[in-house]
Design a protein around this ligand. Structure first.
Ligand code: PEP
Ligand code: MG
Length: 323
């Protein structure tokens, strides 16, 4: 079974009626890229860079980061690589950068909020990303965005970083694309406004589900309430995807839902063609795509959209997946 799946690595992710999807990998290291490529990933949809900052005594230097980003983009063999700027805080901490004890860390000082506050740290990462963009197709992704101002501020830092590299006469892609994670309900709600400011959206369902349902994704006590297929989540997904399409920007899904093959009818119905997932899920999802049709999948996704509870939606998707 595993060997059979491996044969699909080099096969395009196309439904039986010819609808092409693109599956990319979520990675945390250079080694992960090799695995993603082995399982047929068409690039990296999410590089979680926080792991570069963890388990070490200080912030990584521009040079160190540049090396890693360059290796990742080179290992991706010409495919696009989406690199997310530092997403610490919440459940992820750095020993050398103590954060205040917070009553509600996931609602607190984290991700882009820290980057916008720590200009030198942020610009060091941006310069490293820009320099690596001379070696392949890198796109920059900002995490935990919930306002237009944050996007504008982040891009202003990017502009400063570019000016610094120009002064140093170091090469970079002047047209580098920037995008944002849609993982806070407010961002989904103003997706039409945000879409005018960025080149792409990446929907982070892990946090989106946590925040829209007010259910801590790490808390065992409420794990039974953590429902990715809650109609509220699906409505926000739809709203986000429609806003992206309306604005003519690309959109991908990179949370755990992307690697759940049961969700395929939803993607077909919503018109999501880009999914990014852990390398281990790639072949399973591709197998599902190869055995589905756009026509039937859309029909099923549309039907799920009319259902009223997570339980009904999940049951309908599970049944369709087995059929
Ligand atoms: C997400 O929130 O869905 C996501 C992909 O990011 P992370 O899991 O790193 O928070
Ligand atoms: Mg997240």
């Amino acid at each position: 079974r595993k060997e059979q799946l491996q044969l699909l690595a080099s096969v395009e992710a196309v439904t039986k009626d010819g609808y092409r999807m693109r599956l990319a990998g979520n990675i945390s290291s250079v080694k992960d890229v090799e695995q993603a490529v082995k399982y047929g990933a068409e690039g990296v949809g999410l590089f979680r860079t926080e792991f570069l900052y963890m388990d070490r005594p200080t912030f990584p230097s521009e040079e160190e980061q540049f090396e890693v980003y360059r290796q990742v983009v080179e290992a991706a063999g010409g495919h696009p690589v989406v690199i997310r700027t530092l997403d610490i805080g919440g459940d992820k901490q750095l020993e050398y950068f103590p954060l205040f004890e917070e009553e509600n860390p996931v609602l607190g000082f984290r991700a882009i909020r820290i980057s916008l506050d720590e200009a030198e740290m942020f610009k060091t990462q941006l310069r490293a990303l820009l320099r690596a963009s001379a070696y392949g197709q890198i796109k920059i992704l900002y995490p935990m965005i919930h306002t237009l101002e944050e996007v504008r501020q982040a891009n202003a830092f990017l502009e400063e970083a570019k000016q610094e590299l120009l002064r140093r006469e170091q090469p970079f892609n002047h047209e580098i694309e920037t995008g944002i994670m849609i993982e806070i309900p407010a961002a989904a709600a103003i997706a039409d406004l945000l879409a005018r400011e960025v080149d792409f959206f990446s929907i982070g369902t892990n946090d989106l589900v946590q925040y829209v349902l007010a259910v801590d994704r790490m808390n065992e006590k409420v794990a039974h309430l953590y429902h990715p297929y809650h109609p509220a989540v699906i409505r926000l997904l739809r709203q986000t995807v429609l806003a992206a399409k309306e604005a003519g920007i690309s959109v991908s899904v990179c949370g755990e839902m992307a690697g759940d093959e049961r969700a395929l009818p939803l993607w077909l119905y919503l018109g999501v063609t880009n999914l990014s997932m852990s390398p281990q899920s790639l072949l399973r999802v591709k197998h599902r795509i190869l055995n589905s049709t756009l026509a039937e999948g859309m029909e099923q996704g549309k039907h799920c959209y009319t259902l009223t509870t997570s339980e009904e939606i999940e049951a309908a998707l599970a049944k369709w997946t087995k059929s």
